[in-house]
Design a protein around this ligand. Sequence first.
Ligand code: UTP
Length: 483
Amino acid sequence: MTSTLFSELQSLLATHGQEHLLAHWDSLSPTHQDQLAKQIRRIDFGLLAKLRQTHDQPQKSSSSVTNAVAPPAVPIELCGTTRSQELRALGNQTLESGKVGMILVAGGQGTRLGFGHAKGLFPIGPISDRPLFQVLIDHLIAVRNRYHTAIPLFVMTSPATHEETVEFLAAHDRFGLPEDDLFLFCQGTMPVLDSRTGQILLEQRDRLCLSPDGHGGILEAFARTGCLAEAARRGIEHLFYAQIDNPLVQVCDPWLIGCHLQANSEMTTQVIRKQAPLERVGNVVSIDGRLQIIEYSDLSADSAHQTAPDGTLKLWAGNIGVHIFQRQFLERMAVSNDGLQFHQALKQTAYCDRQGRHVTPTQPNAIKFEKFIFDLLPAAQNAIVVEASRNTSFAPVKNADGEPKDTPAEAKQRMLDLYANWVAAAKIQMAENTQIEINPRFALDAQELASRIPPGHCFSGNVYLGPDRSFETSPAQGPAHPQ
Ligand code: UTP
């Protein structure tokens, strides 16, 4: 029986030059042989061969990058004007009518952070130590409460994060989100190749080295797992999309939703002004009239340094991984032939060699294949870009503390800075050396904060304003109303 299976696999693999995957076959138990056989049968060898052929070709031709100009964008200055009140009201109505859902992508391996667990478990609350999952779910619950509406949350995991995420959220009662409103779905994977030989790497003797197929894997996984159909069944028309590694994301921001609706946009992208030409964020640009995103690694230093006549960066718009999709656009793209293409990245990946030894390389040694969700942008009708303030919207958690940028320490400081601004705007007193962390379920903004703290109150020390914290306020001060 085993030898028939072995022969079958051997002849399949020989056709594609991948027989080495059976190097440890004889030392495996029948269960592990079976497991390996299942993984091998699932490999799409045709796709891998095609992707290998395009290896070394630049993802975007340099001529198209040369034609890139800044995208037309809804400017941040509009926020706060009378016009913005109208757009915000439009967003408010849509939230209240229950037509908005949220997608959170949390399938990444978080290699750079080096945390050893799914990133969503990382403690980021500067005083509370709340993990990233809780910070984002608290924010969502605050929005749900403000608009008296159920906004279902669809969390994308990967085989690298699924089990741990399911257990963690269950152990914490989904941080208060009703069971009916939380959906976890797992994205697909791709084999990881040895960059020198093109051979598929083994992670263990009985297991292929597989990596999640990128945040763009959501297009296929959202449909395959029935989540897209569930969104339709619930009457969800717009999906707010965010990443697990940004604790400052303005969850389901009504102003952003209002801009999206008013433009009848199939895909709306929030951007910030880049701080430096080579900042490691995707560049949102317009090429021949179509919006698209050029990864920082695909943009030459010359293009990145170009300036506009006023001396500011020409390609200023940085992608922060916050989008809104019309549900029908995702439905159309999920069955479209011009769906998302794979990108290739050279990464450092541990593997099992032919002698069965575990090797941890010190240099990039492997090719990983990933799809990017933002590649949908050129296909979207009426796509728009909306500018946001970095200080209120973006605190990426990418690298471990000690690295120069995008670390947990930096993200925590950004959170504290934001809350200190709210405290100042609400005219609340803070003793020297006081730090305040505000849970959105206590206050979603400075206005709500002012309504919940009695005048003259002075905070000192390290203060965490959690959902259950209460203060006596005068009868004139009620809870804040949605703006
Ligand atoms: P990144 O591209 O920054 O990757 O993901 P990462 O996995 O967090 O970190 P590194 O590169 O291994 O260090 C941006 C967002 O996209 C999600 C991540 O979970 C994060 O929210 N993502 C990324 C997925 O959901 N699936 C993927 O396959 C890749």
